[in-house]
Design a protein around this ligand. Structure first.
Ligand code: NAD
Length: 360
């Protein structure tokens, strides 16, 4: 083991409660946090679940906003903020995946209200201070401590209904957070530690969760991996992979988790040769890569075995889309990226992702 070099790592105050049945403790957790008037945020598909979970809160529930939508359109964010003001909320309880957590974050950003988040997918947003808002085709993201949830609840029992497709791609979205935490601008030995364990949990958990969706051990492992992934992403930040996915999502309206799933093997194939030996070794080992097998190939095989998409052409991208996206991607790539891609590198990655080329 090499001694750590210089690093700068912040840890924020968040109470994380994990375990089967933990979502039955929301009243106790809300009271312990000092909440008096809670607004529940969810998407239309999560309304029944959120209703069941919020019932024990009784009079603590001051209002509802159940119109969360993907990518947090600004008009949805505005209406969510109005609903919070209208019911005099002092806390927001979000029940759902990244789209719902993102809507709760929009309210926090505008009004400064603290969030209690019940995560029902593996997106990891509940652990991060990153917010996102979409106006037309333009998605804006930023970081603010005020949007980072203060209480996070992970109940594997809530995830047994997550369809196989969402399970696979959401877990690979989490895997992307972990992989980039090894080299993103805010990386540190602590971020790498979270990421390494996160990868191990996801690689072991996701195949179980896809093959046996109703069984809790696979669900719990995957959810634990997702938590670690969010925590690693929160501190390490994002690099080439996330920037590419961000631009693709905004410009072509591609689905979030699926895009991450397809792009990750291609980015890893490009970046891995430039990583320090120890990071490469740890990444490959956590992925369970066979001797000498590159990380990108291991992720590609995992996606294939989970029945997840491997080609952007299957998600609606066409070859003519590649050229115009190169410039916007290069504008966003951090200067510290381990292997500056230049236009040719971005083209290679996008073409590989478009075709679903095996990195092997
Ligand atoms: P999502 O929240 O849109 O959920 C995907 C689908 O799964 C939806 O149809 C939802 O209704 C359904 N669903 C959710 N939980 C379920 C459950 N337990 N059982 C059955 N169905 C369920 O998608 P996502 O992948 O969770 O989140 C993607 C969004 O999150 C994107 O907008 C992305 O930008 C954002 N995100 C943000 C961060 C961050 O740090 N800010 C991190 C990751 C993702």
């Amino acid at each position: 083991m090499n001694p750590p070099g210089y690093f700068d790592h912040s840890t924020r105050a968040v109470r994380v409660v994990f375990g089967n049945g933990s979502s039955g403790r929301l009243r106790e957790l809300a009271e312990a946090a000092g909440a008096r008037r809670v607004m529940v945020v969810c998407g239309p598909a999560e309304r029944d679940l959120a209703g069941r979970l919020a019932e024990p809160l009784g009079p603590l529930v001051a209002g509802w906003f159940s119109e969360a939508r993907p990518h947090v359109p600004v008009d949805v964010a505005r209406r969510a903020g109005e609903a919070a003001l209208g019911c005099g909320a002092d806390w927001v309880l979000s029940v759902g995946g990244g789209s719902t957590t993102g809507t709760a974050k929009a309210v926090a950003l505008e009004l400064g209200l603290p969030i209690m988040a019940v995560a029902t997918t593996y997106a990891g947003s509940e652990m991060t201070p990153v917010w996102g808002l979409t106006e037309g085709a333009r998605k804006t993201t930023g970081r603010s401590a005020v949007v980072a949830p203060r209480v996070v609840v992970y109940d594997p029992e809530l995830t047994v209904g997550l369809p196989a497709g969402v399970t696979a791609t959401s877990a690979l979205n989490a895997l992307a957070h972990c992989a980039e935490a090894f080299y993103a601008p805010g990386t540190s030995p602590i971020a790498a530690l979270l990421a390494e364990e996160g990868i191990r949990a996801l690689v072991a958990g996701a195949p179980e969760a896809v093959a046996h969706p109703d069984e809790l051990p696979g669900r719990a492992l995957t959810l634990y991996g997702a938590h670690l992934a969010g925590a690693a992403f929160a501190t390490a930040g994002s690099d080439l992979h996330h920037k590419i996915c961000h631009v693709l999502g905004g410009a072509l309206d591609l689905p979030h988790a699926e895009t991450h799933t397809v792009v990750l093997p291609q980015v890893l194939a490009f970046v891995e040769p430039a990583l320090p030996e120890e990071a490469r070794r740890r990444l490959r080992k956590a992925l369970g890569a066979q001797d000498g097998e590159p990380a990108g190939a291991a992720v590609f095989d995992l996606a294939t075995s989970l029945g997840a998409p491997t080609a952007l052409s299957d998600l609606g991208m066409s070859p003519e889309d590649v050229g115009p996206l190169i410039g916007p991607i290069l504008e966003q790539v951090p200067d510290s990226t381990p292997r500056p891609p230049g236009a040719e590198g971005v083209r290679t990655i996008l073409e590989g992702a478009l075709e679903g080329r095996s990195p092997r």
